[in-house]
Structure formats: C-alpha cells, structure tokens
Design a protein around this ligand. Sequence first.
Ligand SMILES: N[C@@H](CCC[C@H](N)C(=O)O)C(=O)O
Length: 281
Amino acid sequence: MRFVKGHGTQNDFVILPDRDGSLDLHASAVAALCDRRAGIGADGVLRVVPVKLSPEAVSIAESAREAGGPTGAEWFMDYRNADGGLSEICGNGLRVFARYLVDAGLAEPGEFDVVTRAGVRRVRLGREGDVTVDMGAPKVLGESRAGLGGAEFDGLVVDVGNPHLACVTGEPVTHLDLSSQPAFDPAVFPHGVNIEFLNAVGERRVVMRVFERGSGETLACGSGAVAAAVAAARLGGDPLGTWAVEVPGGLLTVTLEEHTSLLTGPAVLVASGDIPAAQLT
Ligand SMILES: N[C@@H](CCC[C@H](N)C(=O)O)C(=O)O
C-alpha cells in the first residue's frame, strides 16, 4: 500500500490513502507503522477515506447536516494516535490531511470541508504555504490538576473536540521532563487527556509543550495550541483575539472568535513509499 509522510510543525503523520475504503486498520498495525525504530515513525496515522465509503463518516456528516451545518464534505480523516487508539480530532493532522488532498489532486485549493470524529471542519489553503483549519468552538468545562516531577499544576479543562488540560505554569516550560505520562484525575478524564504546559512570553504569545494522549510528548499539538490560547486568553481577561503559540516544532497561530477558533500553521509532505501488505495486518 502507498503511504505519504508529512508533518505540521513537526507533529508527524503517516498518511494512508484508502480510496476504496477497504483498509481494515488495526491498532497493532498503526502502532507498528508509528514505531520510530521498527516502523516508519510518526505521532499518528491519517487514513484518507471517502465519506461515502465509511458508515462512521456518513453518520457524522448526517448529524452535522441535521444540525444545520455544512453539507458536501467528501473526505473523512480517520485519525489514530501512535498507540493505535482513536481520537476525535487532530489539528495539525487536519492541516497535513488537507495539504495531502490538494497535492494529490483530490481537492482544489481554496476552502473545503473534512469529516472528523469531532464533526465537520473547514480547511483553507493555497497550492502551497500555510493551512488554516476551523477547529470549532472550544468549550471550557472547568478546572483540574496535572502532576509532574513531584509538582502540581492547575489547569483549565478544555474540550476542542478532544480532551485537554491546559496548565499555565507562570515559569519556563523548557526544563520540564515530559518523558513519562503526567498524572491527571481519571474521574475528570475517563478517556485520557492531552496535557499542555504553557508560559506567557509576551503580548498574546505563549510557549507550550504537550504530552499527548496516545502519543507521548510531541513537538506540536494543534488542538492543544487552541486549548493553550483559551487558557492564556482567560487569564489575560480577553477571551477573543489572535495568539502566537511557540511549540518545539515551530510556530502556530490561533485566533479565538466568538463562535469558533482558527488554527494556522505549516503542513509539509516529506516522503512517500510502499508498505508491504503484511505490515498492515
Ligand atoms: N496532535 C494532535 C492531537 C492528536 C490527538 C490527541 N493525541 C488525542 O488523543 O486527542 C493535534 O494537532 O491536535
């Protein structure tokens, strides 16, 4: 099977074009592909499947339509974490997914909709350059705490379609040891959580690191950047506006609007090749 490798601010993905919807992707195969020594290596997998060939995507698209949302999305981003688990959304993955569709001639540059497990999301891109994705309206659900290296961090519980705990540390985050899972309250996050640690470094600018559910520390997390901007904006007293989010893999821009949020950043395809069928079983 063909694959393409891409990344968005070094949050990297194996893209699997599944144009006839026939790929039965198991968690073990995803984990093997994402293995950085024995596999291709990635933070996650993006299966590219036509909406009409995925019953799951058809039902998500129908719900969106019934709620008065967009119609006509042709592609489903079936996102999997590096451990093989499913997630609702991946902001960086969605940019890379859109870049792949345009690059492969499966979509025209401009604006189009993509079905994700978090709902239908609009993307905007040219033939090259940055990609903007509409991440929907983040929901603040309360507060919780993360534990790391014997310290406790207060955080904001933010739903960006997937679960986040955004902790504003008030001090540099570069020294934090994110080599193992930070502690969190499983009663608040029964399905796990993505945990961001962030520090304000200027006017509407934060530095962020993240420990992602199912992938460990990654060099960027798009939905995490949205959650980080929400937490920082809340502390700053102005919930709307544009934030620069510096991550180890580069720079993301998040615009918080009244009814939605926009994530902008690079999306790059770096390689392609063939995966032996035996690797996918
Ligand atoms: N890297 C992603 C988020 C991927 C999913 C996440 N690990 C989860 O389990 O929810 C992003 O850019 O948003």
